[in-house]
Ligand binder design. Structure first.
Ligand code: NAD
Length: 440
């Protein structure tokens, strides 16, 4: 019996066990064998932050840091050791972590094409999963991951951390309480000053990288100089563009605030419009999509990857419109306006904090990982279970599908499936490298 199963056994053994598991925080904090043991997979940038975050949590031990690029392992080991006082082991192949019965959960921060396939393998191996956003590379994979979660019964949390931020939760509560009346529309945006990535050259795979395992489920290509790390985001074989890279966060807040599930219609305009003919960035640096819902509500997203000018404030945010006012949300603050556009309240960091009840979670928020760990320990529910995360990811995927197919996409509002549009429907799933297609 591994640590977590032992705890579940204690919990389900009777009322006394339940009280023990739910009530006594120290029980889990004091004994190292009661920690959730995790492997963090893909530890360059986001993964290293997450490794630090998980290792700093009293409910967790990071046993492995895993990466197919050996250059990043030592510094991740150092970071984790500093945070938890114990060295994690280094691994190249995540399947070794899945085979270790001590591992209770995996944290996935690889490129997007690996998210759902790796999460599915982890579920099959009996592990809980924290998967970075987007939870899938394409809608079919998202649905498969939800089916796998149901079949294998472990927890899957998506890394849209605003769901665990106190400030966002407080704002949503106020919207539900009617502070802006009936919330019916949201404008979301993202702006950054990304440089061009040049034209990649085919080069020999560096000896520090396992390119085959990096590619995994994606059809094989020769190694090129401008793909790894990070710039894979802008190539459809691995990435999902700025839409899934960043809209995922704000579109998710909008969908949460407006209480929506699946849309009826999606349109998009956009392209590689800044550095025209200057590199091989295949996604869009400028994009604008609009999403309609049967509830008579709408969400728009504007992404400007290569232009930092933004009169709406911050590089990213959400404006939520209600029939009695509006809210302007900038990650760690929000401002409320009445129906005459008069400011009635400011809450959060950098504001006058006119609400004394506010508790702000600064930065990107470590409470999302804490929520995942305590959910595994049976103390609370996940703030972003994958079936919910998928709905927000799907909206951003449909924005890309509308753009890539050059069509208006109409959807079944019961599940978001595309209606009567073969060009768009082709993009619902992807081609896999032979032998790597995820199965549950
Ligand atoms: N929630 C957030 O706020 C947030 C912020 C940043 C990034 N992210 C997400 O995190 C993910 C990673 O982004 P990044 O910027 O760190 O990318 P990155 O390219 O810098 O790092 C990805 C790492 O994964 C490794 N990798 C690739 N295939 C692997 C495999 N099979 N096994 C083990 N390691 C593998 C790569 O070698 C690399 O070190 C993305 O999906 C991104 O969307 C989320």
């Amino acid at each position: 019996m591994n640590n977590i199963n032992r705890r579940y056994f204690i919990k389900t053994a009777g009322a006394a066990g339940l009280a023990l598991a739910a009530g006594n925080n120290k029980l889990f904090g004091a004994d190292p064998s009661d920690k959730v043991v995790v492997a963090v997979i893909g530890i360059h940038s986001r993964g290293k932050q997450l490794a630090q975050e998980f290792a700093s949590d009293k409910n967790c031990e990071v046993k492995y840091v895993v990466d197919v690029d050996s250059r990043y392992l030592d510094s991740a080991v150092e970071t984790v050791e500093k945070a938890q006082g114990k060295k994690p082991a280094k691994l190249k192949d995540f399947r070794k972590a899945l085979a270790d019965k001590d591992i209770d959960a995996v944290v996935i921060a690889t490129p997007d094409h690996w998210h759902a396939p790796m999460a599915i393998e982890a579920l099959k191996a009996g592990k809980h999963v924290y998967v970075e956003k987007p939870c899938s590379h394409n809608p079919a994979e998202g649905e498969l991951l939800i089916a796998a979660q149901k079949k294998y019964g472990k927890l899957v949390q998506m890394g849209n951390q605003r769901r665990s931020m106190a400030i966002a939760n407080q704002m949503i509560m106020e919207i539900k309480d009617g502070i802006i009346g009936r919330a019916y529309a949201a404008k979301t945006w993202y702006a950054n000053g990304r440089a061009p990535i040049g034209y990649g050259k085919e080069i020999t795979v560096p000896d520090y990288l396992d390119w085959d395992l990096w590619q995994g489920p994606a059809p094989r290509t020769a190694y090129r100089s401008n793909v790894h790390p990070y710039n894979w985001h802008w190539f459809w074989n691995w990435g999902t563009g700025e839409s899934l890279n960043n809209a995922t966060h704000e579109v998710d807040v909008a969908r949460w605030a407006l209480e929506l599930d699946f849309p009826t219609k999606v349109v998009s305009a956009g392209g590689r419009f800044h550095y025209v003919d200057q590199d091989d960035w295949a996604a869009y640096d400028s994009q604008n999509y609009s999403i309609e819902f049967k509830e008579k509500k709408m969400i728009t997203w504007e992404g400007m990857s290569c232009n930092t000018y933004n009169p709406l404030g911050g590089g990213r945010g959400v404006i939520i419109y209600g029939d009695k006012g509006a809210i302007h949300y900038l990650t760690d603050s929000y401002t409320v306006f009445d129906a005459k556009s008069k400011k009635i309240k400011e809450v959060g960091s950098g504001t006058k904090n006119t609400d004394a009840t506010n508790t702000v979670d600064p930065g990107l928020g470590s409470s999302h990982s804490a929520n995942f760990l305590t959910a595994i320990l049976g103390k609370n529910k996940l703030n972003s279970p994958v079936a919910e995360g998928h709905k927000s990811v799907l909206l951003c995927q449909l924005g890309n599908i509308a753009q890539r197919s050059g069509t208006t996409v109409y959807c079944d509002p019961s599940n978001g499936h595309i209606i009567d549009n073969p060009k768009a429907q082709k993009l619902w799933s992807r081609q896999y490298e032979s032998g790597w297609k995820p199965k549950i």
